[in-house]
Design a protein around this ligand. Structure first.
Ligand code: NAD
Length: 472
């Protein structure tokens, strides 16, 4: 759907007028386009608190960015050490000492905070960011790397937890399409930071901000990985793939090299065929709540040589205030949005149709985090998706399978086009980017979790919401 407000605000007359009366101007976000650099393109400033352990992976990852120029900042007297580390990693880096007055500009700021062990040392955040936070280019990327608090105790745990409030507040201060994320790595999982660094420093994460991701130890080796076609040779199934977000997911997975089975209910056959035809994929006409669905999906997966990626995208809303909610609408939403997913997962794993290296990604919603008037059924089902990720991550990890959820905020689709005007406008604007997201923004985040590079990421819930004011 067209965002008329954004179009007018970005016209030359509109810009002057909106500025004069102090109305927000939602910037046109930089999204990845074929033929462009898929990673950060511009000047990146890196820094570290003393004792950090993530810099090797940060530098090795930045080395893969053709357009990135690095500058190393001395915020704690370790610039020369950092520069030596950069040289050893084969990365060209200037030694830059920031002042608030200099006219440097940055496309990215990356700070390794893994060494912070008590609240006093959080001052390193101020020292690094204070002189440069106003020097961000449009759609810049800010990343803080921390140590997973749950793996620590005492003052270190306290301080590391503080990073969350810091990054989320930064997200609400930086403007012009810039994003900020916090990535926690447990000790020994530093090499698994490559995938989140690649994604969160790229234009593919345009509408994701204020998020926290946890990386754990895993066997992924970034050295010889093909970041251009990360899903080459993978088989994926996307439920509800005939339109909206599901169709965008199918397209992005295919773009990244996957062979995709697109599933939807039989009445959607025409749209389904169109999407599958466009991406050279396969169709499966099926109601996921039917008794035979888990068996049919497992059988189809096996016919294709097994499934590597399963995306639970199919979902419906049937809004009514709880006091007016008929039983059938409650049952329908809970069955499609969560109960069927548990049955399908169970059957796939029981039949060996998904195994080692498998990726399950499910779509939750901001309504499952913050709740929403008239959506007790939907909010319940989408919170349960987060519960599923939580409940199964350990069990699945033992089988080499990851499970994560993506929680969209306001995304421009037929679902949100049907919302009455005033509520729709409120939904669109109540986020740090003052605009709705596009289906492709959700799709890119799904593709990130679906990648073999994301082996160390499980049990995460990432919101694709432009850092909405609602919810955590
Ligand atoms: P949509 O209505 O455009 O697409 C949903 C698809 O699921 C449809 O093609 C539909 O036919 C299919 N489907 C429904 N029931 C099914 C069943 N029983 N079996 C198989 N397929 C079935 O919706 P969308 O906006 O693209 O949303 C996709 C997902 O994202 C949903 O899970 C939705 O809850 C979630 N979501 C969307 C938004 C948003 O802003 N659009 C926000 C948060 C979450």
């Amino acid at each position: 759907m067209n965002d008329t407000y954004q179009t007018i605000a970005n016209s030359s007359v509109g810009k002057a007028l909106f500025n004069a009366i102090n109305l927000p101007i939602p910037v046109i976000l930089e999204r990845w386009q074929p033929g462009q650099a898929s990673f950060i393109d511009g000047r990146v400033l890196v820094g570290a608190a003393e004792g950090g352990s993530a810099m090797d992976t940060i530098l090795a990852t930045l080395k893969t960015a053709s357009g990135a120029q690095l500058a190393v900042l001395a915020n704690n007297g370790n610039a020369s050490e950092l520069q030596k580390q950069a040289a050893a990693a084969g990365v060209n880096a200037d030694n830059y000492t920031a002042t608030r007055e200099d006219d440097a500009r940055f496309k990215g700021l990356v700070f390794d905070a893994t060494g912070i062990e008590n609240p006093d040392q959080l001052k390193a955040l101020w020292a690094f960011f204070h002189p440069v936070i106003k020097k961000l280019d449009k759609c810049a990327r800010v990343l803080v790397i921390g140590r997973t608090p749950e793996t620590l105790s005492g003052a270190a745990r306290v301080a590391q937890r503080g990073l969350e409030g810091f990054t989320r507040s930064v997200g609400k201060e930086i403007k012009r399409g810039a994003t900020v994320q916090l990535i926690y790595a447990e000790a020994g999982a530093e090499s698994q930071l490559a995938a989140p660094l690649q994604f969160f420093l790229s234009p593919k994460s345009a509408y994701v901000s204020g998020q926290v991701v946890r990386a754990r130890q895993a066997g992924f080796d970034a050295e010889s990985f093909d970041w251009q076609r990360p899903l080459a040779g993978k088989k994926a199934l996307v439920t509800g793939g005939s339109r909206g977000i599901g169709a965008a997911i199918a397209r992005v997975l295919a773009r990244d090299g996957a062979e995709v089975i697109v599933l939807d209910i039989p009445p959607m056959a025409e749209d389904l065929n169109k999407v599958a035809g466009e991406i050279g994929g396969h169709t499966l006409e099926l109601d996921i709540t039917s008794d035979e669905a888990p068996g049919v999906i497992a059988r189809t997966a096996k016919e294709h040589g097994g499934l590597d990626i399963l995306v639970h995208n199919a979902g419906v809303t049937r809004d009514k205030m709880l006091g007016n909610m008929p039983e059938n609408l409650w049952d329908m939403v809970l069955n499609i949005n969560i109960a069927s997913q548990l049955r399908i997962n169970e059957q796939l794993l029981a039949d060996g149709a998904m195994g080692e290296g498998g990726r399950i990604v499910s779509i939750s919603s901001i309504a499952g985090i913050a709740g929403n008037t008239g959506q007790t059924n939907y909010g319940c089902s989408k919170a349960a998706v987060i519960g599923m990720v939580d409940a199964y991550r350990e069990e699945y990890a033992d089988q080499g399978i990851t499970i994560n959820a993506v929680a969209p905020g306001f995304i421009e689709t037929q679902m949100t086009a049907a919302i009455p005007f005033t509520i729709r406008e409120a939904g669109r604007r109540m986020n740090a980017m003052n605009q709705g997201g596009q289906p492709v923004d959700v799709a890119e985040t799904i593709a990130f979790f679906a990648s073999p590079a994301a082996q160390g990421l499980t049990g995460n819930v990432v919101r694709v919401c432009g850092q909405m004011m609602l919810g955590a």
